[in-house]
Design a protein around this ligand. Structure first.
Ligand code: SF4
Length: 171
């Protein structure tokens, strides 16, 4: 399917552990103060691409440790995000996703039904808005300390939020 993206970064080392293929989705409604990517807010901006194109680009990458859905907010285009995440999981590729929604909001359906479905294909969700007053140098894979690294599959299974420590990843 066609979706709107702000760009890709095939070999990022700052958007999760290891070397990751990052897809920056276009469009975000959270309007966090001092957001680093305000150019990604406008859903009518960015460029059009198909999920099939992105999936084949990921497939060509032989040396990545995972993919990361970022933005903007990927949950504004959850169906496209889900197609990409599903294809990655089929190939046993690790999937991280950043969103300005909290995990609880997603579970309660505030980001839409498709976003809830998307959770089934995400290993780690970095959730919540960026809060400038909670920005800290000790944050490795997140912008502010209110954001959590959530083990989504464990959290869904246990019906509880199970967090991960960003310094526990070996890569
Ligand atoms: S959720 Fe992310 S992209 Fe959206 S406004 Fe907040 S920091 Fe910026």
């Amino acid at each position: 399917m066609t979706f709107t993206l702000a760009g890709i970064k095939p070999h990022s080392t700052v958007d999760g552990p290891g070397v990751r293929f990052v897809i920056f989705f276009q469009g975000c409604n959270h309007k966090c103060f001092q957001c680093h990517n305000p150019e990604t807010w406008d859903i009518n901006g960015g460029l059009k691409k198909t999920t099939e194109e992105i999936i084949s680009e990921i497939t060509l990458e032989k040396y990545i440790d995972g993919i990361t859905l970022s933005g903007g907010d990927p949950l504004l285009q959850s169906q496209a995000a889900k197609e990409i995440a599903m294809a990655a999981k089929k190939r046993d590729i690790n999937v991280w996703c950043y969103t300005g929604f909290t995990y609880e909001q997603v579970i309660q359906g505030e980001a839409g039904e498709e976003a809830k479905e998307l959770l089934r294909y995400i290993d780690t969700l970095v959730d919540g808005p960026f809060v400038l007053s909670k920005k800290s140098d000790s944050c490795k894979f997140r912008g502010s300390s209110n954001q959590r690294l959530i083990d989504v599959q464990k959290s869904l299974k246990q019906n509880n939020v199970i967090e991960q420590n960003e310094f526990d990843f070996g890569l």
